[in-house]
Design a binder for this molecule. Structure first.
Ligand SMILES: NC(=O)c1ccc[n+]([C@@H]2O[C@H](COP(=O)([O-])OP(=O)(O)OC[C@H]3O[C@@H](n4cnc5c(N)ncnc54)[C@H](OP(=O)(O)O)[C@@H]3O)[C@@H](O)[C@H]2O)c1
Length: 306
């Protein structure tokens, strides 16, 4: 696959920590991204304007670029924002996905959809790639609806856990950096002692995503870390590695005054280990990547031909 044809890979939703993580693992000139603004960490990749809140825009972009692969991560991802703006959320998180999948271009395009652990309710000890979805929030519900559309179209769904990484923009950072930043600013943070996740470094994900897309592997994959930790434990280890004294107020997620929260979202990586060779990093390995992501040249894009 030449660089020119790689440019026909279209990425959406690259403005957050996932986009930063993806940027660590490949030369930007090989991809085009679509979004509302150009993220500072994608300075030289070709970009095209896309607002998913506007019906028809995704279709126009797809018809213009005719991408061979679409990695679609853009969505309204904050549970409170979803609850506050349900119609907009349905447009951006579901209707736009339907528009993407029903747009016919001259060539078949492989759909890779970025989803979330939030499609589960947290009542089970852990969730396999084959576990039935059971979302609690509108955010999780819309992501689960989009997943079903992508799977019906023969695409891949990649479910991610809580992502770790540095601050990459205003209000855009890994969960660890948000905590460290607040502690550094002298805040005493309330952190859940009873909400468990299997967090992973955003910088670890790119090579796995490229592999799924290059091999056109349909179905669900989980790319989570190997350890289940509470937010409080995450904060303690993140502070330790940053050389800061932890300054937290341990609170219960049960008392959270907001959209319903799943208490225990532990993703199993069974299929991704078997099919992709994914080796889930533990918490300290992932946190180390926040400070020092893998060098660009250490991870290369594998193509069908290579
Ligand atoms: N962060 C996590 O811990 C986490 C965990 C599990 C799964 N995920 C998944 O990972 C993906 C990326 O999340 P993230 O945290 O890196 O990003 P994010 O900070 O939530 O940003 C979302 C991205 O979607 C884009 N977007 C939102 N509304 C849009 C619209 N109307 N039109 C076009 N683009 C729009 C944003 O564009 P702008 O830059 O223009 O705002 C941004 O690039 C999402 O699919 C999310 O479900 C994230």
């Amino acid at each position: 696959m030449s660089e020119e044809s790689l440019a026909k890979w279209l990425l959406t939703g690259m403005g957050g920590i996932l986009g930063w993580g993806i940027r660590q693992s490949l030369p930007p000139r090989t991809f085009a991204f679509a979004g509302r603004v150009r993220p500072s960490f994608w300075p030289d990749a070709p970009g095209v304007r896309l607002d998913l809140a506007v019906p028809g825009e995704f279709r126009s972009v797809l018809e213009m670029l005719k991408p061979e692969v679409v990695v679609h991560a853009a969505c309204i991802s904050r549970a409170q924002e979803c609850a506050d703006f349900p119609e907009l959320t349905r447009q951006v998180n579901v209707a736009a996905v339907e528009e993407w999948l029903t747009t016919s271009t001259s060539q078949a395009s492989f759909p890779l959809y970025i989803s979330t652990e939030q499609v589960f309710d947290g009542r089970a000890d852990s969730y396999a790639e084959s576990s039935p979805v059971c979302p609690l929030s509108l955010y999780g519900e819309t992501k689960a609806e989009a997943e079903a559309l992508v799977l019906a179209a023969g695409g891949a769904v990649v479910r991610l856990p809580l992502l770790l990484g540095p601050e990459v923009g205003i209000g855009r950072c890994g969960a660890d950096s948000a905590i460290v930043k607040a502690v550094r600013a002298g805040q005493r943070l309330p952190l859940f002692h009873d909400e468990y996740r299997t967090p992973v470094a955003a910088a670890a994900l790119g090579p796995m995503l490229w592999q799924i897309a290059n091999r056109r592997l349909p179905g669900v994959f989980h790319l989570a870390g190997s350890e289940s930790v509470s937010r409080l434990e995450l904060g303690e280890v993140a502070c330790e590695l940053a050389g800061l004294a932890p300054n937290f107020n341990a609170v219960s997620a049960v008392d959270f005054d907001g959209p319903p929260r799943s208490l225990k979202l532990n993703l199993e990586n069974t299929r991704s280990r078997e099919v992709l060779g994914w080796e889930p990093p533990n918490l300290r390995q992932s946190l180390a990547w926040t400070a020092q992501p893998p060098a660009e040249e250490t991870t290369s894009v594998q193509t069908e031909e290579s």
